[in-house]
Design a protein around this ligand. Structure first.
Ligand code: FAD
Length: 508
């Protein structure tokens, strides 16, 4: 039988996606095949992407990152969730926490207790029942534990980090495992005349790099999956109308908060991402509803500290490649699509594509059925995240500016309409088995955006109303006490950095 195993993988692009793919593949392959990565300093990377969600731990462990070293080298801070300011209406605030509501043994049914009590007149904010929220807003942090009796087991956490430093960190790791980096701009793509498979990339320096499998991590250029193989782009800008961003770092003026802030604005929203050495800021907006100069002025006016550079413009289109895997090219990162950064999901989608590629790793034939499965499951991921993002935009009550009016009245994806109706009528959150955002996340955003359920699971009535209220009061009190016992975010970061083991880098 002929040996059909892959001998050479070529990764085009050295942004977050390219180096994440290089680090993961080199760990999994253990030098079974060669891996080259081509990037162009002249083109550079998109240079944003600083907030993550808890699935990042899975990836960091997969590639063998030491947490203390990673936190130190990427100027990272911890993230317990996102504070949304002014979304449902001007001046309103709500928090989307990582982790669960209620006490450690309470499952998702706790949310029905809460809904029942609120329908019965309880005036508390639902944020009172989430330890992650209370800790975040108090500037405190501790890592979750696996002990189901401990309140910390209800927490989840992620990081904010400097994207360029993260890519550098991964690059060192990948190179130590044999990944060969080539500098140069790809000027020509060679294809097999019969199959259309990509066979080699030729740089402007005349270097020719052959491969059996190509990862397109060329960012929004999508040089291989789009320009060369013509995989169609499915445009979702009718649901997610923002198409531009301005990014600007600013001086840190206060201890970093353990959460991202997303503030709704006239024609989009502004992010604030606290790092240890600076604060990352940006305005994501729709060019149909505001000019670039007005957006820059709004961004600069909203900064906490002095800007450290001029606002940098970025253009994008929301949507995805219908086939992120075509022939022997697999698109990972922005080349496979982009959902705007409101819930910090792009890096997650990169790792999700990498995980799927590892489990569906092909032979040189790149069996179309394998590609089909990859495209199906990655497509499901994109659609579920899309619906969650669209919810933020359309479920607003008192935002009168034209963008928000437009979003309030736009046609929604059927899948989102169904989810909202289920929640509104029955208090239930209906999820597919593999959906990224689970009950607590949907609950936080549905409630936070002002969608109030009219009912709850009737099984809750098995608990007398008085006992249910007593449990809620106890939970609220215990959460407040647990948050107060946690160290400050800064102290937790200091301890993490100091906990660094011997300087040797974890390799293979
Ligand atoms: P890029 O960073 O653009 O890298 C492309 C690479 O391809 C570069 O190395 C480039 O040199 C190379 N390249 C391109 N063409 C050629 C060529 N012809 N020859 C050689 N090399 C070439 N994600 C999050 O998870 N959290 C966030 O908070 C977040 N915020 C964001 C905010 C904004 C405004 C935007 C637009 C995105 C944000 N993202 C966020 C997404 C995140 O930035 C990207 O998913 C991530 O950086 C991966 O980008 P990439 O590696 O696919 O592309």
């Amino acid at each position: 039988m002929t040996d059909r195993r892959i001998r050479q993988v070529v990764i085009l692009g050295g942004g977050t996606a390219g180096w994440m793919a290089a680090a993961a593949l080199s760990k999994a392959a253990k030098r079974q095949f060669r891996i080259s990565l081509i990037e162009s300093d002249e083109i550079g990377t998109i240079g944003v992407g600083e907030a993550t969600i808890p699935t990042i731990h899975w990836f960091n462990q997969l590639v063998g990152l030491d947490e203390a070293r990673f936190v130190r080298e990427t100027q990272a801070t911890y993230k317990l969730g996102i504070e949304f300011v002014g979304w449902a209406k001007p001046g309103h605030r709500y928090f989307h926490p990582f982790g669960r509501y209620g006490a450690p043994p309470d499952g998702p049914m706790f949310l029905h207790h809460l809904i029942r009590a609120r329908l019965g007149g309880l005036a508390d904010r639902f944020e009172d029942y989430s330890l992650a929220t209370q800790a975040a807003l108090a500037g405190r942090f501790a890592k979750p534990t696996d002990d189901p009796r401990n309140w910390l087991s209800t927490l989840g956490y992620a990081y904010h980090f400097d994207a360029a430093l993260y890519a550098r960190h991964l690059r060192e790791l990948a190179e130590s495992r044999g990944v060969a980096r080539r500098e140069g701009k790809v000027a020509r793509v060679e294809q097999d005349g019969e199959t259309g498979f990509v066979t080699a990339l030729v740089t402007d320096r005349g270097e020719r790099i052959e491969g059996d499998l190509f990862l397109d991590c060329s960012g929004m250029r999508a040089l291989l999956i789009g320009d060369t193989l013509g995989s169609p782009f499915e445009d979702w800008s009718h649901w997610l109308p923002c198409d531009r961003a301005l990014a600007v770092p600013s001086e840190r003026v206060a201890p970093p908060t353990p959460f991202t802030r997303a503030t709704a604005d006239e024609a989009g929203w502004r992010w604030r991402i606290p790092l240890r050495h600076r604060t990352g800021n940006g305005y994501v907006y729709s060019s149909a509803f505001i000019g670039d100069d007005a957006a820059a002025a709004a961004l600069l006016a909203g900064l906490d500290g002095r800007p450290l550079a001029d606002p940098r413009p970025i253009r994008f289109r929301t949507g995805r490649r219908r086939e992120a895997w075509r022939k022997n090219v697999v698109a990972v990162g922005l080349s496979s699509g982009f959902l705007e950064p409101l819930e910090s999901t792009s890096i997650h989608l990169i790792q999700s594509a990498i995980a799927k590629l590892l489990s569906l790793f092909p032979t040189r034939d790149c069996e179309p059925l394998v590609a089909e499965q990859f495209n199906r499951v990655l497509g499901d991921d994109y659609e579920a995240v899309r619906d969650f993002l669209v919810l933020h935009y359309h479920a607003t009550a008192d935002r009168t500016q034209p963008l928000w009016e437009h979003c309030r009245h736009m046609m929604l994806p059927d899948t989102l309409v169904y989810k909202e109706e289920q929640f509104r009528r029955t208090g239930r959150i209906v999820l597919g088995t593999d959906e990224l955002f689970r009950e607590a996340s949907w609950f936080a955003v549905l409630m936070g955006q002002g969608i109030a359920p009219r009912d709850y699971n009737p099984l809750m009535d098995a608990v007398p109303a008085g006992a249910a209220l007593a449990h809620l009061a106890q939970v609220k009190q215990a959460i407040r006490a647990a948050a107060e016992r946690m160290p400050s975010h800064e102290a937790a970061l200091r301890d993490q950095i100091a906990a660094e083991p011997a300087p040797a880098r974890a390799v293979a």
